[in-house]
Design a protein around this ligand. Structure first.
Ligand code: ZN
Length: 303
């Protein structure tokens, strides 16, 4: 375990705003970033993903759902507004479903994925994949027109150092597109809506303000920020979990919204994922509010 300070201003000993699984998230009120401290060392964090000890197991990422298909198409639409084609790298690419969509749309694709099960799933689809953090040697030193990551920023042990590395691996004027939550700028009542923060997998939570600071300090200009309210889909999932606990009070998966044994092609499963996507990205796009939980899709450009 190690103790850290705010990753942006380096002040320490700040107030705890989240506690879960024996871990504490501290808020820097200046920068609006929540950081886990004490936390596992970077070596321990990396080992947990390699050995599949993370909160979400690898098997969840390599099973494709209609939710992923809808989400990947949304992401690709947004990416192509700024970068219509070229070499695209995804960090933490999971089962490689987004890169499959991007390859079909004329991008040449590559992946970084430290979990061996997910990396093997990508190689089976002929997607070039390295099982290590992004380094100068990755992909023979190739530079990319775009680098993408989704729900990965919270897992970087050193976000500023990683963003600077992404910056060096982009072509001049290249695009950095990513998706993350805004919990660093959310009021306590909004944080109480969140079922789990997945500590200690998640090491940081940023806000629009702290993301701007992070991008400035790593050499990026913010191009666009798309906001999607999380409140609808959090309430929808909470209602389903409550219903399941009522109907099946015992059993290993009683806290999940849908039965884990249900096949992904089951109509009930598909309906659930369609509703979840609609609540998060369609309804959420129209109802995003300051200080309420949101999903943010950020487009930044290398300057
Ligand atoms: Zn700070």
């Amino acid at each position: 375990m190690e103790t850290i300070t705010c990753p942006l201003c380096h002040r320490g000993n700040q107030d705890a705003v989240i506690t879960e699984h024996g871990y504490t998230g501290c808020l820097c009120p200046e920068c609006q970033v929540i950081y886990l401290s004490p936390r596992p060392t970077p070596e321990e964090t990396l080992a947990s993903y390699r050995q599949d000890h993370a909160c979400v197991p690898a098997s969840m990422y390599i099973a494709k759902t209609c939710y992923q298909t809808l989400h990947n198409r949304l992401t690709l639409r947004l990416l192509r507004r700024y970068c219509p084609a070229g070499a695209l790298l995804e960090i933490g690419a999971g089962g490689g479903f987004f890169l499959e969509e991007a390859r079909a749309a004329a991008f040449s694709v590559a992946a970084i994925e430290v979990n061996p099960t997910q990396a093997a799933a990508m190689r089976a689809k002929a997607i070039p994949c390295e099982e290590q953090a992004l380094s100068d040697a990755s992909f023979g030193g190739q530079h990319f027109e775009a680098i993408y990551h989704c729900d990965v920023l919270s897992h970087f042990s050193d976000p500023l150092e990683t963003f600077r590395r992404i910056h060096t691996r982009l072509q001049p004027g290249g695009y950095h597109l990513f998706e993350t939550s805004n919990f660093g700028g959310v009021a306590p009542a909004g944080l109480r809506l969140v079922n789990t923060f997945q500590l200690p997998d998640h090491l940081f939570f940023f806000s629009p303000h702290s993301l701007r600071l992070l991008l400035e300090q790593s050499g990026f200009a913010l191009v666009a920020l798309y906001r999607y309210a999380e409140t609808w889909h959090l309430r929808f999932a909470a209602a389903l979990r409550a219903a399941r606990r009522l109907l099946a009070p015992a059993g290993p998966h009683r806290d999940t919204a849908i039965p884990a044994a249900l096949h992904l092609d089951d109509p009930l499963h598909r309906a659930y994922f369609h509703l979840l996507y609609f609540a998060r990205y369609d309804l959420g796009r129209l109802t995003a509010r300051e200080q309420q939980p949101q999903t943010l899709i950020v487009v930044a450009r290398k300057v």
